[in-house]
Design a protein around this ligand. Structure first.
Ligand SMILES: *[C@@H]1O[C@H](CO)[C@@H](O)[C@H](O)[C@H]1NC(C)=O
Ligand SMILES: *[C@@H]1O[C@H](CO)[C@@H](O)[C@H](O)[C@H]1NC(C)=O
Ligand SMILES: *[C@@H]1O[C@H](CO)[C@@H](O)[C@H](O)[C@H]1NC(C)=O
Ligand SMILES: *[C@@H]1O[C@H](CO)[C@@H](O)[C@H](O)[C@H]1NC(C)=O
Ligand SMILES: *[C@@H]1O[C@H](CO)[C@@H](O)[C@H](O)[C@H]1NC(C)=O
Ligand SMILES: *[C@@H]1O[C@H](CO)[C@@H](O)[C@H](O)[C@H]1NC(C)=O
Ligand SMILES: *[C@@H]1O[C@H](CO)[C@@H](O)[C@H](O)[C@H]1NC(C)=O
Length: 741
């Protein structure tokens, strides 16, 4: 039957003059039965859309030289279902490049030179199921780029140059099952980066530059059951670090983990397998409250099977968890499987000295002799994990001679006092350098030269008060700079010109007193600026204008007497503004107008605020997710009806004057399904009553007739019973589901 249908189609094409053979370019192979055209490695510089049969369904153009795909390229061949453009040196996908390909299900663009995905690059691919963008140079994806790919199941972005994922970057991928972002350079994900991915089952983030688990961003993935984050430079997993309600399989292998909190996974109750192989864990506590856990892999960790592992062993036995743990010590158990030991034999006494059992990375490296050659004296270097460690060794000069592949160097708690020129020779692969608490007062020009791969530099808790312009020469990748808890009295000028990739700057807890016009020159890519706990009383109007990409600005705990509205102009992406604990008494009309389009989190708590003018929040509204106003002195608030997307609002410790003027607030609170903590401060007869419960508004004009009939206690009772109804209702629903299943 279908053969004849095809015949008919061919005949039809014949009659319309579209003879396949006629339309097949000599260099291509056209199969008119399979509607397939192949033009492999033919030095084609453009897609031959006008020269191949219109009915073509599969087009394979691998290995050509099609640098640009212009708008409307495929309009002449609208029946394509499969398109392969691998290894075509593609650099740019113009907006609308794929328009007309509404039947395409498979698009392979791997191994090209694409650097950007614009908002409309992928327009028109409304049936696409697989999109392969592996091995390109994509650095940035504009939110909305995938907006039209509502049928995509599989997105491969592995082996690109992604550093950062902005909010809602995958918006539109309603049916996506799997996203692979392995082998990128991801450091940071915005908290809503994974918003709007209801059906994602599997996410691969391995081989990136994540130093911490992006807990909040990942928590948006409520349906994901497998997460790969191995091969990232993480050193610890903190409490409640993974909050994913459906997660079953978690890969945390091949990192630099030294610690995993026993409560790390409690917010992922369905977790059944954790792979921790090849880390630096020497002990693990029982992972309590994990009812579904079946398997933990700890091979390749320097696990000490002493009394300190006994609770873990006992817990795992009792919970019937399959362990793969090979003991690295003490000597008697070296190489033994933890599962084969008896808990009672795992002791701590009886060794020469407890000290010796303390973890020292050097003890566990595979080839101590080789290490002795390449690791500075007194330090430990782990070849397996590309770590160097000389923490807290009383060192006064920076040791030299670390293995050249070292990626993380921990030199905290020493007494270097200064960092001379060329202190870190040959460390081309160093990504993370820790110099906290080293009594450093001066950084010499060229101190960090040749650290070509350095991304994280920690100089917190030192005595640095100034930085010369050429200190950061030779560290072009530096993105995270920690200069908090030092002795700066002003922003170190000029120094940041050499850091074109600076992303996050920590200057909190210094003694900076003002921000001046040229302070942030050169910070084109700065997104986060932390200035908490300085003495800032003045921000000049153009001070922030050099940091146009700024997203987070923390100015809390300073001496500002007013919101620096003028300085907020020209910051189109500012989403978080912290002004807590500044002595600001009054907030006037239109104060936040310059950032109203982007602001999501606003902190105005603990300020001694006496009045917020009624037009202060003009234009703010549906974008705002959190609003902190607690611990202030005003008695009223502006109209908040336009704040429709709030997730957190704190109105506690505000002395509200509960008269009829406050009725709009009360009505708004009645509809709001959030805890706010608002209480009346006056008049005296209602002081201490919850704004939401007090009966004082019932006599106000505008208290609706419907409401007026109910007293607030009757209402509370009604609320309780409706809640009860709801609960039983839920149970019924669940019961129904079960009986159906
Ligand atoms: C493509 O170009 C290369 C280099 O110019 C040449 O060696 C090769 O023969 C060309 N291939 C075809 C199919 O024309
Ligand atoms: C993701 O892509 C990388 C690079 O091609 C590949 O090695 C890896 O297997 C993929 N991830 C998964 C989970 O398949
Ligand atoms: C644990 O990981 C190692 C290394 O990948 C692997 O060889 C081993 O089979 C794993 N063990 C289990 C029980 O899966
Ligand atoms: C440094 O890293 C690169 C790629 O990340 C790798 O190819 C190279 O071998 C590393 N160099 C050393 C000395 O380990
Ligand atoms: C602030 O704006 C409101 C209207 O939104 C207006 O009634 C009030 O007079 C303005 N206040 C000042 C000080 O301009
Ligand atoms: C709320 O938003 C509407 C529409 O943008 C605007 O007209 C109105 O003035 C806003 N109200 C307040 C109190 O800001
Ligand atoms: C509001 O802030 C107070 C004081 O910081 C805090 O105790 C309270 O838990 C917060 N309430 C809400 C609803 O966030």
């Amino acid at each position: 039957m279908w053969v004849s249908a095809r015949l008919l189609l061919i005949l039809a094409l014949l009659f319309t003059g579209r003879l396949d053979a006629e339309r097949c370019p000599r260099i291509c192979i056209c199969d008119s039965i399979k509607y397939q055209v192949m033009c492999l490695s033919k030095n084609l510089t453009e897609v031959p859309s006008n020269h191949i049969p219109q009915a073509t369904q599969k087009l394979d153009l691998r290995g050509n030289e099609i640098k640009v795909i212009p708008l409307g390229t495929f309009l002449p061949i609208p029946y394509l279902t499969h398109l392969n453009l691998q290894k075509c040196k593609v650099e740019s996908l113009e907006e609308g490049a794929f328009r007309g390909l509404g039947r395409l299900v498979y698009l392979n663009l791997a191994h090209n030179n694409i650097a950007f995905l614009y908002q409309e690059s992928l327009d028109g691919l409304s049936s696409l199921q697989q999109l392969i963008l592996e091995n390109n140079r994509i650095e940035e994806i504009k939110p909305g780029a995938f907006g039209q790919l509502g049928f995509l199941r599989f997105l491969n972005l592995a082996k690109n140059s992604l550093v950062y994922l902005p909010d809602m970057v995958f918006q539109g991928l309603q049916l996506i099952k799997w996203i692979n972002m392995s082998h990128n350079s991801l450091h940071v994900m915005s908290s809503e980066a994974f918003g709007g991915l209801p059906s994602l089952r599997r996410l691969s983030l391995d081989h990136n530059e994540l130093q911490f688990l992006p807990t909040e961003a990942l928590s948006r993935l409520s349906g994901t059951n497998r997460l790969d984050v191995g091969h990232n430079p993480m050193t610890y997993i903190g409490e409640e670090a993974i909050e994913m309600s459906s997660l079953k399989q978690l890969f945390l292998d091949n990192m630099a983990l030294q610690e995993v909190s026993h409560r790390a996974f409690v917010k992922s109750p369905l977790l059944s397998m954790v792979d921790l192989h090849n880390n630096q864990l020497y002990v693990l506590q029982p992972l309590t409250e994990m009812g579904h856990l079946k398997k933990i892999n700890l091979t390749g960790n320097p696990v000490l099977c002493t009394c300190s592992m006994r609770p873990f062993k006992e817990w795992a036995t009792k919970a019937r968890i399959h362990l793969d743990v090979t003991c690295a010590g003490p000597a008697a158990f070296k190489g033994e499987q933890l599962e084969s030991l008896r808990a009672i034999d795992m002791k701590c006494g009886g060794y020469a000295s407890e000290e010796k059992l303390l973890p020292s990375l050097a003890t566990f490296t595979k080839d101590p002799e080789e290490d002795a050659v390449t690791c500075p004296k007194g330090c430990s270097c782990s070849t397996d994990f590309q770590h160097g460690n000389c923490e807290n060794k009383g060192l006064q000069t920076i040791p030299k001679g670390f293995p050249c592949h070292t990626q993380l160097l921990d030199l905290r708690h020493n007494e270097f006092r200064s960092i001379p020129k060329g202190s870190f020779p040959g460390l081309k692969n160093l990504t993370s350098l820790h110099l906290q608490n080293c009594k450093i007062a001066s950084l010499h020009p060229g101190a960090f030269q040749n650290l070509k791969s350095l991304v994280y530099l920690y100089l917190s808790n030192n005595d640095i008060s100034s930085i010369d312009a050429d200190v950061f020469e030779g560290t072009p990748q530096l993105a995270y700079l920690y200069l908090d808890h030092n002795a700066f009295i002003q922003i170190p000028k000029g120094a940041f010109n050499l850091l074109p990739n600076l992303f996050s700057l920590h200057l909190q807890h210094n003694s900076i007193s003002q921000l001046l016009d040229h302070d942030l020159v050169g910070m084109r890519k700065l997104r986060w600026l932390y200035l908490t706990g300085n003495h800032i009383s003045h921000v000049s109007p153009k001070a922030l204008s050099h940091a146009k990409m700024l997203e987070k600005l923390h100015l809390d705990e300073n001496s500002l007497q007013e919101v620096p509205t003028k300085s907020l102009r020209g910051l189109p992406s500012l989403s978080e503004l912290k002004l807590s604990k500044n002595p600001i008494k009054y907030i006037g009309n239109r104060t936040f107008l310059p950032v109203a389009r982007s602001l999501q989190h606003l902190y105005l708590d603990n300020m001694g605020l006496e009045q917020i003018s009624s037009g202060a929040f003009t234009s703010l509204g549906p974008k705002i997710k959190s609003l902190y106003l607690e611990k202030n002195k005003m008695q009223h608030l502006p109209d908040l009806r336009n704040f429709t997307a709030l997730q957190v609002i704190n109105l506690s410790d505000i002395p509200f004057y509960c008269d009829c003027q406050l009725l709009p607030l009360r009505k708004w609170l009645d509809k709001l399904n959030l805890k706010v903590g608002a209480t009346c401060g006056s008049p005296a007869d209602v002081r201490g009553q919850k704004v939401k419960l007090t009966a004082t508004f019932q006599s106000c004009p505008g208290w609706s007739t419907k409401k007026a009939k109910r007293t607030s206690s009757a209402k509370a009772a009604a609320g309780r019973s409706s809640m009860k109804r709801q609960r039983t209702g839920n149970r019924q629903v669940r019961g129904n589901k079960k009986s159906k299943a």
